[in-house]
Ligand binder design. Structure first.
Ligand code: FES
Ligand code: FES
Length: 240
């Protein structure tokens, strides 16, 4: 134990002599103290990393009560005419199943919450935001993604019109726009009305620009290529 007699900062009296300069002051750190401090700091900084390397991984946290973990099971999806059997947990969205499990990266993830339309695909010919639906719900249905719009190596009329009318800039929204426009044309031909249809009891006679804008309003284009997208959809309709 250090006594006052051994202490360098006082003369052994109960009250140290504060007027005396200590052997080493803050303004004059010794080289030895500096190296000791640096080594200690380095040890503290490395400690978490060392612990992470030597300790066994923490066990997975238990599932919350009433929300049991459901293991993956085989789910067969028919996409673009081909069957994909994927090991999926029930919580996997159709969008993630397509992109992360089936490797079909054409369908894009924009918002992942049903706001942008980048993930639009066709199910039995109807458009759907694939980020808002679960993959397990679509066994036995016919799923079409942007990769399946062309047939026998030939682009679809909508794809050709988008190229001819320069209906994209970065192209991120384009797979969703193409799927949406494809479904739009068949919806219009089958007589489905929209909120801008003047008389919803009558089959819309003309696919006006207002009709196209309204029917494509679920597909957002961050580049703002809307004018050319409307022109492309109108051309695809007129040339059909
Ligand atoms: S990613 Fe699905 S709507 Fe945006
Ligand atoms: S072309 Fe870039 S987001 Fe539509």
């Amino acid at each position: 134990m250090t006594t006052h007699t051994e202490c360098q900062d006082c003369d052994g009296d109960a009250a140290p002599d504060l007027s005396r300069e200590p052997a080493t002051t803050l303004s004059q750190p010794s080289r030895r103290r500096f190296l000791q401090s640096a080594a200690a700091a380095a040890t503290i900084g490395a400690a978490p990393h060392l612990r992470a390397q030597t300790q066994a991984p923490a066990p997975a946290s238990a599932a919350p009560p009433g929300n049991p973990v459901v293991p993956p099971r085989p789910v067969t999806l028919t996409v673009n005419g081909r069957a994909y059997t994927l090991q999926l947990e029930p919580r996997v969205t159709l969008l993630d199943a397509l992109r992360e499990y089936a490797g079909l990266m054409g369908t894009k993830k924009g918002c992942d919450r049903g706001q942008c339309g980048a993930c639009t695909v066709l199910i039995d010919g109807r458009r759907i935001n694939s980020c808002l639906t679960l993959a397990v719900m679509h066994e036995g249905e016919t799923i079409t993604t942007v990769e399946g719009l062309a047939s026998n190596g030939a682009l679809s009329p909508v794809q050709r019109a988008f190229i001819e009318h320069d209906a994209f800039q970065c192209g991120y929204c384009t797979p969703g726009q193409l799927c949406s426009a494809t479904a739009l044309l068949s919806e219009f031909r089958s007589g489905t009305a929209s909120t801008v249809t003047a008389d919803v009891r009558a089959r819309p006679a003309v696919l006006s620009d207002d009709e196209i804008r309204e029917r494509m309003s679920g597909n957002i284009c961050r580049c703002g290529a809307y004018v050319n997208i409307v022109a492309a959809v109108r051309a695809a309709h007129d040339n059909a």
